[in-house]
Design a protein around this ligand. Structure first.
Ligand SMILES: O=C(O)CCC(=O)C(=O)O
Length: 296
């Protein structure tokens, strides 16, 4: 089963390569992604543009703290046009098409912000453990809006860990653990971990079964990332109720997800209401079977 999945991925890539060359990645990068389960850095936009996006985000945090803050971090791209623009960035979508094929959906976004010199961390986990997607195939793109370094608490990945199925996770709900359930895989060989360092405007990609984590921010700047979480091929299903997704590239011939709404302007009432509805569905999915529940 495990090797079938892997072979199928590689086969899919080879078929894509045969029909058309990758649009953005080199064939070596495509191979590296499927072998390792992650790839970085890829340049999406330059540092000047990244600073503009960061300024817009910090303006939103300052002027609309009820909408954008650490506990209200999910799916802000449904109410802010610049986040919707990042989610539809042509370089990012070309990269997703290179890896997932012509029909691509995006199921959501999460703002992962760690304040300077704070203990917030993310425990070792696989993204698709509680998301209900089947098969557990897809890619998270993490967009750096500030420097992600070893000091500022960048993500760490375990190479080739996506070749396994879902490992056992224990819900820890740790105080400084900013993952929803504080879900944790024990016994990771940390010496094999690779630091995913990024400059503002660069992205990393990881498979939704790749084991990863991140440590506290010990730097004097904020560590700001937008996780596009996750991109899936249109054939992937949601098995824990119904969820929304954006059709971001190609067609959506299967319609396994409800069609999400894009913002026409920032903070429009329809957008705010839609985000609340989407976040409620997301919360029902992520906390399925859990006795405890957090606000994010
Ligand atoms: O931003 C972080 O530190 C962790 C993000 C993460 O786990 C993810 O994007 O899947």
């Amino acid at each position: 089963m495990k090797s079938n999945l892997v072979c199928r991925n590689r086969e899919t890539v080879r078929i894509n390569e045969y029909i058309h060359m990758p649009k953005q990645l080199s064939p070596a990068q495509v191979e590296q992604f499927w072998n390792d389960g992650f790839l970085f850095p890829v340049d999406a936009f330059d540092g000047v543009q990244a600073k503009k996006y960061r300024n817009l985000l910090e303006e939103a945090e300052r002027d609309h703290p009820g909408e954008i803050h650490a506990e209200h971090r999910n799916n802000a791209h449904y109410i802010l046009k610049f986040l919707d623009e990042i989610a539809h960035h042509p370089v990012i979508l070309d990269v997703m098409e290179d890896l997932l094929g012509p029909d691509v959906l995006l199921t959501g976004t999460v703002l992962f912000i760690k304040e300077p010199q704070t203990p917030a961390f993310v425990s070792w986990h696989q993204d698709s453990t509680y998301t209900g997607i089947e098969p557990k195939e897809g890619i998270t793109v993490w967009v750096a809006l500030s420097e992600a370094s070893s000091e500022s608490g960048c993500m760490q990945m375990i190479p080739e860990s996506h070749h396994q199925g879902i490992l056992e996770h224990h819900d820890r709900f740790g105080e400084n653990n900013i993952l929803t359930r504080g879900q944790t895989i024990e016994g990771i060989e940390k010496e094999r971990a690779v630091d995913v360092t990024l400059k503002p405007g660069q992205i990393s990609l990881h498979h939704v079964r790749t084991v990863h984590s991140s440590t506290p921010n010990r730097s004097d700047d904020r560590r700001i990332g937008l996780a596009l979480q996750s991109f899936i091929a249109a054939s992937v299903k949601q098995t824990l109720g119904e969820d929304y997704a954006l059709s971001v590239r190609g067609q959506d011939p299967f319609q396994h997800f409800l069609r999400a709404r894009r913002p026409q302007s920032d903070y429009e009432p329809e957008g705010i209401a839609f985000r609340e509805a989407a976040n409620q569905r997301l919360s029902d999915i992520l906390y399925h079977g859990s006795e405890l529940k957090r606000d994010y």
